[in-house]
Design a binder for this molecule. Structure first.
Ligand SMILES: Nc1ncnc2c1ncn2[C@@H]1O[C@H](COP(=O)(O)OP(=O)(O)OP(=O)(O)O)[C@@H](O)[C@H]1O
Ligand SMILES: [Mg+2]
Length: 256
């Protein structure tokens, strides 16, 4: 492997049947430059994460990770599990026949850890995500927000270099959400993990983002430092973000 010089998406196109969903998309993510992907529903955000993770090949263009080409037109060069990438799916995609603990240990068991080590790492990550008490339940026996935490635990347990998160916090209560977001950013800082987050939430975006990409109808219509876009962009999403963040700043003082 070459040195860690980030992720590059170069002129990527993706079609479903005759519908173009990603249209000549190019961007790069430098190491530890956490990036948010914004855009209207149906604009191609989840498809973009899936192409980057290698779940399917682009129809045109290429993707490199740390200088190594991982996908080319109609070709997966490096398989998803060898990309050092974890993806938390929008629909979570937990293994329903396994327990919460089983969902984590299955990921670990593909690596050459001892059985004792697998159990310890799995329990540590469940602890960190606040769901150790659910270890022996099936996902269907937990709440929606708890299932989101299981999916996050499963993604971070192998400490990937790139963590792709597709609206992973949407069903969580505020306290859990901010606790978990803080834990994830701390873990990312400690282990040099680069996060790419799809979100519709201005507070989540502000929490994570160094860089932002704004997609519309499969094209990147704006990109740059999140703080610059937040200050200056006239894109409707950024205008909305600015007004929502402004409203929070304008909250009235509460009387005793
Ligand atoms: N497997 C598929 N087969 C055919 N069309 C698909 C498939 N997956 C997604 N699409 C279509 O591709 C487009 C982009 O979908 P995608 O899921 O990437 O959007 P998104 O930006 O993630 O939207 P949302 O914010 O609602 O999650 C949509 O028009 C969707 O209907
Ligand atoms: Mg989506």
């Amino acid at each position: 492997m070459k040195k860690n010089n980030g992720l590059e998406v170069i002129q990527v196109c993706k079609k479903y049947a005759d519908q173009t969903v990603l249209d000549n998309v190019s961007f790069s993510v430098k190491p530890e430059q956490h990036t948010v992907v914004l855009g209207e529903s149906g604009c191609g955000k989840s498809t973009l994460l899936r192409v980057v993770a290698g779940l399917f090949a682009p129809n045109a263009g290429k993707i490199t990770i740390d200088g190594n080409r991982v996908s080319s037109a109609n070709q997966i060069i490096i398989q998803p599990h060898l990309r050092n990438i974890a993806l938390v799916f929008q629909d979570l995609a937990l293994w329903s026949n396994l327990t919460v603990l089983g969902n984590i240990t299955l990921v670990l068991s593909a690596k050459k850890f001892s059985a004792v080590n697998v159990k310890k790492q799995a329990k540590d990550v469940l602890e960190m995500c606040g769901i150790i008490s659910l270890a022996n339940r099936k996902p269907s026996e937990t709440s929606g927000g708890q299932q989101q935490r299981v999916a996050l635990a499963r993604a971070i347990v192998l400490q990937p270099k790139y963590l792709l998160l597709d609206e992973p916090f949407s069903g969580l209560d505020l306290v859990t959400k901010y606790d978990l977001m803080e834990e994830i950013v701390a873990l990312a800082d400690k282990k040099n993990i680069t996060i790419i987050l799809v979100t519709h939430d201005p507070f989540e975006a502000t929490f994570f983002a160094k860089q932002a990409l704004i997609l519309s109808r499969g094209k990147i219509v704006e990109s740059g430092l999140f703080k610059d876009l937040l200050a200056q962009s006239q894109n409707p999403i950024m205008l909305k973000f600015r007004s929502q963040l402004q409203k929070t700043n304008d909250l009235p003082a509460v009387n005793d």
